[in-house]
Ligand binder design. Structure first.
Ligand code: 5GP
Ligand code: ZN
Length: 114
């Protein structure tokens, strides 16, 4: 999508601190970290949000969770624990309309969120 900042990050138009990339997904550190470790995992395909998932594209979510599992180990938060967050739509607090999963760790996180 032409004006999507995450599509621009994937194609290199906007620089990012890359953690992982394959043919289907891209992972990079959040520019405004809310925890000592805070990265995002996104599909390379522009999918607007969890609301836009369907039987044709939902397999990407399983792949994203597999990548998160590997990256949690690499960033050394697997044992201490971490949180995977997907914000969907206005009330969910989604600000970038390209499906993304936050991974937050490295400190004890509060629950429930506000
Ligand atoms: P949302 O609020 O949509 O769930 O999360 C969007 C996230 O993207 C935010 O945590 C925000 O800090 C991050 N973000 C927005 N623009 C950029 C950017 O240009 N680079 C990086 N690395 N992260 C970004
Ligand atoms: Zn996009």
């Amino acid at each position: 999508m032409g004006d999507c900042i995450f599509c621009k990050i994937i194609n290199g138009e906007i620089p990012s601190k890359k953690l992982y990339e394959d043919d289907k997904v891209y992972a990079f550190y959040d520019i405004n970290p809310e925890a000592p470790i805070h990265f995002l995992v996104i599909p390379k395909e522009h999918i607007e949000s969890a609301n836009a998932l369907n039987e044709n594209n939902v397999n990407i979510v399983a792949h994203i969770f597999n990548v998160i599992n590997k990256l949690a180990k690499e960033t050394k938060i697997a044992e201490s624990g971490y949180r995977i967050v997907n914000n969907c739509g206005q009330d969910g607090g989604q600000t970038v309309e390209h499906l993304h999963f936050h991974v937050l760790g490295g400190r004890s996180l509060q629950w429930p969120p506000g």
